[in-house]
Design a protein around this ligand. Structure first.
Ligand SMILES: [Zn+2]
Length: 511
């Protein structure tokens, strides 16, 4: 009895001191992170230089490589080691806009807000032609029947009048407590993940769905195609057909125009008035495989055994070309780097290695992250290799510029207690929600396919879907500095906690 009592007392004292020393230790670390990230932040300064000076980062482009070189230098400056590039595509070509102009010249003058879609050819100098409306239909035979012999010298207005978004809807939104609670309350994911190889095949087809139409109208002698994608007032969405391989076709001049200007041209045709358009486009194609690089860096682990294991973090580096990719996905690249800067400045020597990967070609179906995973963790359709088992977790950031509110468990219920414990000390920064839900369409799906515990964070939407996503307004004006600073601290804390953890994060499937 006495012995039992003594044992119990000793155990209690031991637990008390373990608990106490652990908490005190963690608090010191967290306050260091907050001090560095909230009071001495470098985040917005880095983002402004990255986006304003280096500009767009279209996959394959020279601008992409320019920004990649700046980023590698910045990683070295921060104190990361093993900073290097890994090539992800030998035949992804580059394309750059040199100049363009689109104007309506009749029945009166209007300058048209336009931007060329990626991988379109130059015009033969300044060209001018009448507008003809062609409805978009999935059946090309219908188009051929109706328009053969009628398109020579014409400018095509492709599609129908876009539906205006109600002005009463808020442009920028944060998650409400009720919305977060309903995410947390979900018992199983309601969004289904398509197996990665299937998904990549589907994208190969959808990437080229407009090519047959473009080829037909070019053969018929059309000068250019104008289309619009409904966003909020004045936004030019330039995503879509993207012939990024050297073997892909190059389309005739093809522009996204502002929904309101599309509307004016479309309505005039309905009123039997035919507008005339004058336009000019000069672009440059090149094949420079050296532009196609993932950017890698690390904080090497300090524990003799655990340093061979990694906490992998990342997000896509490429962007669309009409803005500077500030919210998609520049802000995430810079916030991840800022998190690592915080760790280095706080004098952290993590047990496990922390590795950052900034991927190219995400907008072209994850080609950068898939190339990295194939190289390091085995072929896409084979069993993941032993190296994949040494990855503690992959954290991806690619949901715009909004504050982090929690995490998507991606169907891995076993990891809930881990994130509960990690988030509890940073709950006051607004991170409270853990949902079993899947989230799709970015690079964490690549690593998830390799059975690596892979996660995306829940972030406030702000104006991501209404104004910025893939538009010419994807600019740093829409990145709130406070959100960026808080996110960097939350990330530093999460990454550090995973790197120090005594056990591995449980995988979705056992083998
Ligand atoms: Zn993105």
């Amino acid at each position: 009895m006495l012995f039992k009592k003594l044992l119990f007392t000793l155990l209690f004292i031991q637990l008390f001191f373990i608990g106490f020393s652990q908490t005190a230790f963690d608090e010191t670390k967290l306050s260091k992170f907050k001090n560095e990230g909230l009071l001495h932040s470098d985040a917005i300064k880095m983002l402004n230089e990255f986006t304003d000076v280096y500009g767009q980062r279209l996959t394959g482009s020279r601008e992409y490589l320019g920004a990649a070189k700046w980023t590698a230098n910045k990683m070295n400056e921060i104190g990361l080691t093993n900073v290097h590039f890994e090539n992800y595509c030998k035949d992804c070509r580059g394309w750059t806009v040199k100049s363009f102009n689109v104007e309506m010249t009749a029945p009166n003058y209007m300058h048209i807000m336009a931007y060329p879609l990626a991988m379109t050819k130059s015009t033969n100098g300044v060209v001018e032609g009448e507008i003809v409306s062609v409805e978009s239909t999935s059946d090309l035979n219908v188009v051929k029947e109706r328009y053969t012999g009628k398109l020579k010298g014409k400018i095509i207005l492709w599609g129908t009048l876009p539906k205006a978004r109600p002005l009463s809807d808020p442009l920028s939104k944060r998650f409400s407590e009720a919305e977060l609670k309903s995410m947390e309350d979900k018992l199983s994911p309601s969004v289904k993940q398509t197996p990665l190889p299937e998904q990549l095949e589907e994208w190969k087809i959808s990437d080229h769905k407009e090519n047959a139409f473009l080829e037909f109208v070019e053969k018929e002698g059309a000068l250019a195609v104008l289309k619009t994608q409904p966003m909020f007032a004045g936004s030019l969405n330039v995503s879509g057909t993207y012939n990024f391989l050297e073997t892909d076709p190059k389309s005739l001049p093809f522009f996204a125009i502002m929904p309101e200007h599309f509307g004016r041209l479309f309505r005039m045709l309905q009123q039997k008035v035919t507008p005339k358009i004058k336009l000019d486009l000069q672009t440059d194609f090149y094949l420079e495989p050296e532009n196609n690089v993932n950017i890698i860096g690390e904080i090497t682990g300090s524990d003799p055994t655990l340093k061979s294991e990694t906490v992998l973090i990342g997000g896509h580096f490429d962007s669309w070309h009409s803005g500077t990719g500030a919210t998609d996905n520049g802000v995430s690249c810079i916030t991840l780097m800022e998190a690592l800067r915080i760790l280095k400045q706080s004098g952290i020597t993590p047990k496990r290695t922390i590795r950052i990967g900034l991927w190219g070609g995400e907008e072209q179906a994850f080609i950068g992250s898939v190339a990295y995973a194939t190289e390091h963790y085995g072929k896409l359709k084979e069993k993941p290799n032993s190296e994949s088992k040494k990855v503690q977790a992959y954290l991806n950031l690619d949901n715009g510029a909004g504050a982090i509110r929690g995490i998507y468990l991606q169907g891995n219920e076993l990891t809930r207690p881990i994130f509960k414990e990690i988030f509890s000390p940073v709950a006051s920064l607004g991170v409270n929600t853990i949902t079993i839900e899947n989230t799709l369409s970015t690079d964490h799906e690549t690593f998830d396919h390799y059975n690596i515990p892979s996660f995306q964070f829940i972030q406030d939407h702000l104006s991501y879907e209404t104004i910025n996503h893939h538009t010419h307004l994807d600019l740093p004006e829409y990145v709130p500095e406070n959100d960026m600073m808080k996110n960097a601290v939350i990330l530093a804390w999460t990454i550090y906690s995973l790197a120090e953890k005594n056990t591995m994060v449980p995988r979705k499937s056992k083998d």
